[in-house]
Design a protein around this ligand. Structure first.
Ligand code: ADP
Ligand code: MG
Length: 213
C-alpha cells in the first residue's frame, strides 16, 4: 500500500552493506591518495580488504536479520581492517546491531536511533570531537540531519538529506588541522587536505540513501 510507512528489513540492510563495499572498491585509490597526503596511504587498502571479507560473509549466507547482519559486519571489520579505522567502523556497526537487537524490521526512527548509537560508539572508542578532522565530522552532521528529517519526509528523502550532510561534513574537513589519528602528527601541515575517514564515511551514508529508501 502506498501509504504504508517504509520499513527497513534484513534484505535492505544487506543491500546497504553491499553498496558500501562497492563504493569502497570503486574509491579505493582515491581513499589511499587522500591518506597518502596526511597519513600512511593505507585507508583505501584497509577498507577494501575489510569490505571484501564482509561481502564474503554475506555470500556465505548466515545472518539475515538487520541486527545480526550488522553485528557480522562489525566483527569482520574489527578483525580484518586494522589501523585506526578498523576498530572505529567495527564499533560503529556493532553498536548499531546492539541498538537494533533482534527486530526483523526498522522504521525510519529506529534506523535513525541505531545510526546515532553507532556514531556514539565511534566517539566512545576514538574520543573525536567535532572539528578534529576525522570520520566523525561526516557522521555527526548526518545523524543530526536524519533526526531533523524524521517524520517530515519519506525515508528516501531523509536518508538523502543525511548523505548530503555527510558530504558537506567531509568537504569541511579540508581546511581543518587534524587533532586525532595519524594526521594529527602533521600539525598545521594537515590543513588543506580532505580527511580519508570522513570520505569513506560519506560513502557509507550515500550507500544508505541509495539502498534503504
Ligand atoms: P590509520 O590512521 O591507522 O592508518 P586508516 O588510514 O585506515 O587508519 O584510517 C584513518 C582515518 O581514521 C582518518 O582519516 C580518520 O577519519 C579516522 N580516525 C583516526 N583516528 C580517529 C579517532 N580517534 N576518531 C575518529 N576517527 C579517527
Ligand atoms: Mg592510514
Amino acid at each position: 500500500m502506498a501509504d504504508e510507512p517504509a520499513v527497513i528489513d534484513g534484505a535492505a540492510v544487506e543491500r546497504w552493506i553491499r553498496a558500501f563495499a562497492t563504493a569502497i572498491s570503486e574509491n579505493e585509490a582515491e581513499l589511499t591518495r587522500l591518506d597518502s597526503a596526511i597519513g600512511d596511504a593505507d585507508h583505501g587498502a584497509n577498507m577494501a580488504r575489510g569490505l571484501k571479507a564482509v561481502v564474503a560473509k554475506l555470500d556465505g549466507g548466515g545472518a539475515t536479520a538487520p541486527g545480526a547482519l550488522l553485528k557480522q559486519t562489525g566483527m569482520t571489520l574489527v578483525s580484518t581492517v586494522g589501523g585506526a579505522s578498523g576498530p572505529l567502523y567495527g564499533t560503529f556497526f556493532l553498536r548499531m546491531a546492539t541498538a537494533i537487537g533482534d527486530a526483523d524490521t526498522l522504521d525510519q526512527a529506529a534506523f535513525a536511533a541505531a545510526l546515532r548509537a553507532g556514531v556514539e560508539g565511534v566517539v566512545a572508542r576514538g574520543k573525536a570531537e567535532a572539528g578534529d578532522k576525522t570520520m566523525y565530522d561526516a557522521l555527526a552532521p548526518a545523524v543530526d540531519a536524519l533526526d531533523a528529517a524524521l517524520g517530515g519526509e519519506d525515508t528516501a528523502g531523509a536518508l538523502q538529506a543525511a548523505a548530503d550532510a555527510a558530504a558537506r561534513g567531509r568537504d569541511a574537513t579540508t581546511p581543518l588541522v587534524a587533532r586525532k589519528g595519524r594526521a594529527s602528527y602533521l600539525g598545521e601541515r594537515s590543513a588543506g587536505h580532505q580527511d580519508p575517514g570522513a570520505t569513506s564515511a560519506a560513502l557509507l551514508l550515500q550507500a544508505a540513501a541509495d539502498t534503504l529508501g
